[in-house]
Every structure is written in C-alpha cells, then in structure tokens.
Design a protein around this ligand. Structure first.
Ligand SMILES: Nc1ncnc2c1ncn2[C@@H]1O[C@H](COP(=O)(O)OP(=O)(O)O)[C@@H](O)[C@H]1O
Ligand SMILES: [Mg+2]
Length: 584
C-alpha cells in the first residue's frame, strides 16, 4: 500500500499515456484557447478607451467587436474540441480496464467487493478524464496570467509591483482552503460510495427484505446512511462558507490596491484614468486564473487517487490461457484421469483444504461427500483450475495441469450446480453461452429434450427466445437447472462436475433432472458432490471429505464397513428417508 501511494503520480501518467489521448485534438484545442486568450487580453485596453469617453470612435468600437467575436468564437471551437475529446479519453481508459478486470485471476476478485470493482470502470476513469481536460484550461490560464502581467507591467511597473506582496497571501489562502476543501470533498465521495453500495445491495434483495418484514428497519438504516451523506455535504458546505470569502478577499485586496494606489498615481500624473480601468479589468482576469490553479490541484489529486486504484487492477497479471499443451494432446498422451497430488489450499488467510491426494478415474463416476463447509465445492474450483493450489498440484494423468491450455481445460468441463448462474438474455443465449459456433434449431431442440427442458421452454410464448430476467429470475430453480444441463449437453464436455445438482428441488423436477443427468453422465467422467446417498451408492468411487481433509476413499461397500463418518452419514440419511416415507 505504502509503495503504491508513493508512486501515485507515476500511475496517473502511465494511464494517461496508455489511454492514447487524441493529442492532435488536444493541441488544436489548446491553440484555439491560446488564440482566444490573446484576443481577450487585448480587450481591456480597448474597453478602457471606450470607458474613457471614446464611445463614438468607430475604429475603437469596431476593434472591440472584432476582438470580442474572435475571442468568443475561438473559445467556442476549443470547447467543442474538448467536448469531443473527453468521451474518447473516457472510453479509451474504460477499454483498458475492462479486459483486465475480466481476465484477473479469481483470487483478485476476493480482495474487494464487486461494487467497488464496478467503480473502477464507471467512476474512476471520469476523474482522470477531467484532469486531462482541465490541464488545457490551466495552461491557458498560465498563458493569460503571464500575458496580462506583461501588459500591466508595460502600463505601470509601479502599480504592478505594488501587487506582488499579495502573492504570499494568495498562496497561504489557497493552501488552507485547498486542504480543507479536499478533505471534506473526500468525505463527500466516501459517503456517496457508501450510499451507492447500500442501495445497490438492498434493492436486488428486496424479496428478502419484504418476506422478513424488514422494511421499517431498512428504511431506518437507509435514512442513517442518507444522514451520513448529509453530514458530509454539510461539512463540505461549511468549508465553502469560509473558503469562498477568503478566496474573494484576494480579489478585494487586489482591486483595493489597484483603485487606491492607481488613483494616487493618476493624481500624480503617472497614469491615465483609462489605464487604471484597464488595470482593474486585467486584475479580475488574473484572479480568475489564480483560482483555476486551486481547482486544478484538487482535480489532479482526485485523478491520482483514481489512478492508484485503477493501477491495482492494471498491475494484476492476466490469467495465462495458452500453455504448452493442448487439451487434445493431454488426452492422447495421458490416461485422462484427474489427479490431485498433495494439494493444500487457502482463500486469503483461511485454510480450506490440506494435503489432498486422490485420483478421479476417466470414464467413471466419483462421488464426493461430507459435512457442509468441508471444502467440497472448493475442490471443484481447483479441478476447474479457477484457483491454483497453494501447495501441491493438479494433473491429468502424469501431466501437470499447468502445462495444459487453461481455456480448453475449462471448456472441457461442464459444471452444473445447485444455484446455476444464468446471465440476462434469452434461453437460447444461455444454453449456447460459451459456444463459439452457430447452433441450428434442431440441435437446440435436441439438447433441450435431453435435459427435460423442452416442454417448459415450448410453453413460453417466445420459446427459446424467452428472456430469463436478471440472473435468470423469471425461471424456477428446477428450470434454471435444466437450462444448465442443456448447456452441458451442447458443450459435450468430457468431464462433468455436478455440485449438489439435485438438492433443493421438488420431487417432479428432481426426477426429471436425475434422468437427464443419467443421460448426460453416459460416456463421461463424472464427479458429483451429493448429500443424497442414493446417488452416491452407485458411484465407482466415493471420497469422504471432512474439514478439508480426505477422511476415506472407497466404494459404498468398503466405506460402509470401515469408515465411521460414512457410516454416520448413511445412518442419518436412512433416518431422514424413514421419516419421509409414509407409514402404513
Ligand atoms: N470465496 C471464498 N472466500 C473465502 N472463503 C470461502 C470461499 N468459498 C468458500 N469459503 C470457505 O471455505 C470453506 C469450504 O467451503 P466449500 O468448499 O463451499 O464447502 P462445501 O462445498 O463442502 O460446503 C468454508 O468454510 C467456506 O466458508
Ligand atoms: Mg458446496
């Protein structure tokens, strides 16, 4: 953390370089701004002459209009250029972040809640974009500042020099107000992200809130969070209450000096009234430019903070998908068994699996059972190579899995779980998700039929083009499950991972899904996690997992004789079944 803080600026500049700014447009906009400012700088001289009584001098009045129109139109052109470049910068930065965000190794996602990750791509690029856009304004202000200083000095070196002692005051006031503004602004942003996180989590869980009658509680909690935001806003406003007058005092003092000392110089005959008027106008301009710096500094700091956060994502290494061997090579050159060799695994700090050793034979059915929380689903994550083990390795036969292309490996495994994830879109899109080829309707009908899903799909008016809703919310659990099974059929993967695929289903769905799974398991290597000992009994091999360790391996027969935990689980299951059976 310390180290990234130290290098915050570096990250900002790196990101700006990577974002491939449309430099030509920026420079064009800057040239436009400089030209506009050049004309603006000529204005006070002309205006002061008009004020001094030359109102009917056609030449001077037309000069005024020419300068004014030139300055305004150039400024407008620059503004237009900036308007079209800003979205390009924003898009380019987002384009850099998104592929990184999606290609990070799984472990990276656990470090921060997904809502925070969303801000990395929605909110943070905006700060960088703004800083880049403001840079033009600041450069232009600097040009205007130097320009007006030179013109003022040319008019009256005495009056210009009289303004210099105020510089330390400007610096001190800017530093103090800047410090507090930034601090409270940070508070506002922090409160805002808390607010967003709260609502973004509560609204999708509205069902839970309502069914537990927690509306009042949540309203109170929401109000507290809105109150926090209000407090932060209030602090921010309070700072402005003092900051604005302080900043304006700069202007007051400068104008005071110009008017008092200027009239003195006029009375001495060292300056003309029109010059003092021009001076007065330049000084206004000067003040405007100075306040730009304070604002720019804040924008820059925010951009730096955003860059630091974005860099944490950009610095993460992408998962390497391409390895030495293709999955086909591996299948040909090895037995095709999946082997866990001395595998230990932790999520962050919590150790979940220790020292696992077992082989999942090709073409057979392996069941994994054990108390919940024991690490069974985690074993699936390791077999899918979503995570690398901390110790030990996963192999195909005698070939380390890390040598085999990761994308093909994952493609080669179909995963069906109790809570099958669907993406919003149509049923068709969900069944074919992950498939790179076109799918004919006949094939779709075929796999849906195999998955016992055809009937309910055809009952929807839109059939395969039915929208499934957010996370598949318009389908029942059993329907989602069958969509996932249809997906597994179409993927035709050799390895099948079933994670409690038939738990929590009604009898009818369970029956349909079990039959569909039986068909799916044919000629494939199946690994199933199940509570249901009926499924487990017929497996070729059963692995009992308890608290992250292998408690026993064998067939139903072997484990029934020798494994205490297995005996215990079987006993619980038969008691449960007995209760469920009708008693005659
Ligand atoms: N993504 C995760 N981050 C941190 N801990 C996790 C994560 N997933 C699971 N765990 C923890 O790992 C342990 C094993 O979980 P899991 O593999 O899901 O067990 P099982 O499938 O046997 O019920 C549990 O204690 C669980 O809390
Ligand atoms: Mg589990």
């Amino acid at each position: 953390m310390q180290e990234t803080k130290k290098h915050g600026w570096k990250e900002f500049f790196q990101l700006v370089l990577k974002a491939k700014l449309p430099w030509h447009l920026y420079i064009l906009a800057l040239i436009g701004l400089f030209a506009s400012t050049t004309f603006t700088l000529g204005l006070p001289v002309v205006m002061s002459e008009i004020f001094a009584g030359n109102i009917f001098d056609f030449e001077i009045v037309s000069k005024y209009f020419v300068l004014m129109i030139a300055s305004l139109s150039l400024a407008a052109i620059s503004a237009f250029l900036i308007y079209i470049t800003n979205p390009i910068v924003m898009r380019n930065i987002q384009w850099i972040i998104w592929p990184k965000l999606i290609r990070m190794p799984m472990r990276k996602y656990e470090k921060q809640p997904s809502l925070q990750l969303i801000s990395r791509i929605t909110v943070d690029p905006g700060f960088i974009d703004r800083a880049v856009a403001d840079l033009n304004n600041v450069l232009n202000s600097t040009y205007g500042l130097v320009g007006s200083f030179i013109i003022m000095y040319g008019m009256s070196s005495k009056l210009t020099l009289a303004l210099l002692p105020i510089i330390p005051y400007i610096l001190i006031v800017s530093a103090i107000t800047g410090h507090f503004t930034q601090k409270t602004q940070y508070g506002v942003q922090h409160a805002f992200s808390g607010l967003t996180a709260f609502f973004a989590e509560r609204l999708p869980k509205i069902r839970l809130v309502k069914s537990f009658g927690k509306e009042d509680k949540e309203i109170d909690r929401g109000k507290t969070i809105i109150q926090d935001q209000y407090q932060a806003d209030k602090k921010r406003a309070l700072v402005d209450l003092f900051a604005q007058p302080l900043l304006n005092s700069i202007q007051g003092i400068i104008i005071g000096i110009v008017l008092v000392y200027g009239s003195y110089l006029v009375s001495k005959g060292e300056m003309k009234v029109s010059q003092v008027i021009a001076f007065y106008m330049y000084v206004q301009y000067l003040h405007m430019s100075v306040t730009q710096y304070g604002r720019f500094w804040q924008t820059l700091k925010q951009a730096k903070g955003a860059s630091e956060k974005i860099a944490q994502i950009l610095d993460s290494k992408d998962e390497v998908l391409k390895r030495d061997k293709s999955l086909d090579d591996a299948k040909q050159q090895t037995s095709g068994d999946i082997v866990l060799e001395n595998v230990s695994f932790s999520y962050a700090d919590t150790k979940v699996l220790s020292n696992l050793n077992f082989t999942i034979p090709k073409g057979k059915v392996t069941a994994i059972i054990g108390p919940s929380g024991g690490g069974k689903s985690t074993i699936f994550s390791l077999i899918e190579r979503l995570y690398d083990p901390n110790v030990g390795r996963v192999l195909m036969g005698n070939m380390p899995a890390e040598k085999i292309n990761l994308d093909e490996w994952r493609h080669g495994m179909a995963y069906v779980s109790q809570s099958t994830p669907l993406i919003s879109g149509t049923i068709r899109e969900n069944i074919t998700y992950g498939l790179d080829r076109e799918v004919a309707d006949e094939e779709l009908v075929h796999v849906a039929k195999m998955a016992a899903a055809l009937e309910f799909i055809q009952e929807f008016p839109d059939g395969f083009d039915t929208e499934v809703g957010e996370f598949g919310s318009k389908l029942s659990g059993g329907q989602r499950q069958r969509i996932a099974i249809a997906r597994a059929f179409i993927m035709d993967s050799q390895y099948l991972l079933l994670d409690e695929a038939t738990s929590n289903l009604d009898a009818q769905s369970e029956y349909l899904i079990e039959r569909a799974l039986q068909k799916l398991m044919k000629n494939r290597t199946t690994i199933m996690i199940s509570h249901d000992l009926k499924d487990v009994k017929n497996a070729d091999q059963i692995i009992v997992i308890d608290q992250g360790e292998v408690n026993g391996i064998g067939t139903h027969q072997e484990l029934s004789e020798s494994n205490e935990l297995y005996q215990h689980l079987t006993k619980l299951q038969s008691e449960k079944d007995a209760k469920l059976l009708p008693v005659f």
